[in-house]
Write a protein that binds this ligand. Structure first.
Ligand code: C5P
Length: 232
């Protein structure tokens, strides 16, 4: 999958999403549909955005027993998304089952990536709430290795972890990275941020950018700036 900017379409309704996408007359950006929009607007929103010619990352972060995830992935594969995800914490069997479910009768399937640790989990929570007795980087690295062993295509991680993930799992293993901000922009609730140019330097394959584009006065200009800084 070639390097690209994915716009996180974190809108509550289909109307707001289409009003946003209608602004793009020349480009067809790669879009991320998350839980809010998917649960609010239903699977139809995926079909409609796909029909307009956009690539889609369906960010639903599945996590359940292997059989349930397999069956859910079989349903998602019919939506013809380009990229989807699950939690690596579900284990190797769950990840293998997900690939089975996602694979269509003709052998094709959407790319599948794993969330290693949510960026809302820091070392204190990991140790004191989840009782995981290892460092956060060790856990991220082990979960990325598990994802690779299960046959997944990559992970969602911080741009700051992209280099380590490529070192441990190979250059072809996708790193999809949120937490991107313009050098002169607001950080919002993201803790550790990098610019699009820095994300490129650190080896991110796909950057996921929400508010710096969706909340910009001119979203198309912000998208173009992001693409030019990231692709160089
Ligand atoms: O608006 P912003 O650029 O912060 O949006 C980032 C997007 O990436 C949001 O949809 C957010 O849910 C998602 N995300 C994230 N951190 C993760 C995983 C997903 O910010 N670890």
């Amino acid at each position: 999958m070639k390097r690209d900017v994915i716009i996180a379409c974190d809108f509550p309704t289909a109307e707001e999403t289409f009003a946003f996408l209608d602004r793009f007359r020349e480009e067809k950006p790669f879009v991320k549909i998350g839980m809010e929009l998917f649960y609010g607007a239903g699977p139809e929103i995926v079909r409609k955005i796909k029909a307009r010619g956009h690539k889609i990352f369906l960010d639903l972060k599945l996590h359940d027993i292997p059989n349930t995830v397999k069956r859910a992935m079989a349903v998602l594969s019919k939506l013809d998304v380009d990229l989807t995800n699950l939690h690596a914490a579900g284990g190797l069997d769950m990840m293998r089952a997900a690939i089975e479910g996602l694979t269509r009768p003709d052998g094709t399937r959407p790319r599948l990536i794993a969330v290693t640790q949510l960026t809302s989990i820091d070392q204190t929570r990991l140790s004191n709430e989840l009782l995981i007795d290892r460092s956060l980087p060790e856990v991220v690295s082990q979960y990325a290795k598990n994802a690779k062993a299960a046959g997944l295509d990559g992970v969602v991680c911080s741009p700051l972890e992209a280099g380590t993930v490529h070192e441990t799992c190979g250059a072809g293993f996708l790193t999809v990275t949120p937490g991107v901000r313009f050098s002169d922009g607001a950080t919002g609730d993201q803790q550790r941020v990098t610019t699009p140019a820095k994300a490129r330097e650190l080896g991110s394959d796909l950057i996921v950018v929400g508010r710096p584009i969706t909340a910009a006065a001119d979203p198309v200009a912000a998208y173009r700036r992001c693409v030019s800084e990231f692709l160089g």
